[in-house]
Design a protein around this ligand. Structure first.
Ligand code: HEM
Length: 199
């Protein structure tokens, strides 16, 4: 059965590519210990040039993702109960947790946090890109916030990739081919399966 349309998968993988490009070029400029990464992107100048453009692309793509998914990512009462008991999910004891719809509450939280991080990265990134036009206070705020937002977003994506590849077999295939089996939907998103079966 279909889980992700071609358009959803295209937007998702564009967000992944632009995020990784922006993250690795950013890390190369952030610490001299990570400067070796710049060699992968064609040297220091190329890295400095590419980073803001990858960031702009990431923010634009997340804007498109936001438009298509925000309505489905609203947290309801069952999601809040799911979040309060999410330690059970982490320990593979999903029985007793409210049934998840198309997205579980953890996936919804990732969506909202990444959307917020993208906004913060875009706003502070533009300040750092054109510092000569910006007041000093704004520059100081951007210097502090930009790496903080980036580290938060990178930590969440590491968790997201781990969940999608190692913890939930079949999820990665869903994001590549667009389809899942009924058994997968019953195990991970039973409410979504029921909704899909309604005439
Ligand atoms: C970098 C490599 C990435 C990999 C390998 C990856 C993998 C996946 C997989 C397998 C799914 C399907 C999960 C399911 O249906 O159960 C998914 C969904 C999703 N991805 Fe990614 N992803 C990556 C990057 C990103 C980035 C950069 C973002 C946004 C900032 C993102 C946002 C989402 C969202 C919002 C969903 C739907 C809800 C969810 O499953 O969390 N992903 N991803």
């Amino acid at each position: 059965m279909n889980r992700y349309s071609f358009a959803e998968r295209t937007v998702h993988w564009l967000s992944a590519l632009s995020f990784l490009y922006a993250a690795f070029t950013g890390l190369a400029m952030w610490s001299h210990k990570l400067y070796w990464l710049a060699a992968v992107f064609g040297g220091g100048n190329a890295t400095r040039f590419a980073h803001p453009w990858a960031g702009i692309l990431f923010a634009l793509v997340l804007g498109v993702m936001f438009r298509s998914w925000a309505g489905q990512m609203r947290l309801d009462r069952e999601d809040r109960e799911w979040l309060l008991n999410s330690h059970r999910y982490a320990m593979n004891q999903e029985e007793g947790l409210p049934d998840a719809g198309r997205f579980n509450a953890g996936q919804k939280m990732l969506f909202w946090f990444q959307s917020l991080a993208a906004l913060a990265l875009l706003a502070t990134g533009v300040v750092l890109w054109f510092p000569e036009w910006m007041p000093r206070t704004l520059r100081l705020i951007a210097i502090a916030l930009h790496p903080l937002a980036a580290i938060g977003a990178i930590a969440l994506i590491i968790l997201h990739v781990y969940m999608g590849i190692a913890v939930v077999p079949g999820a990665f295939k869903a994001m590549v081919h667009g389809t899942v089996t009924q058994g997968w939907a019953r195990a991970h998103h039973p409410k979504w399966l029921k909704e899909k079966r309604l005439p």
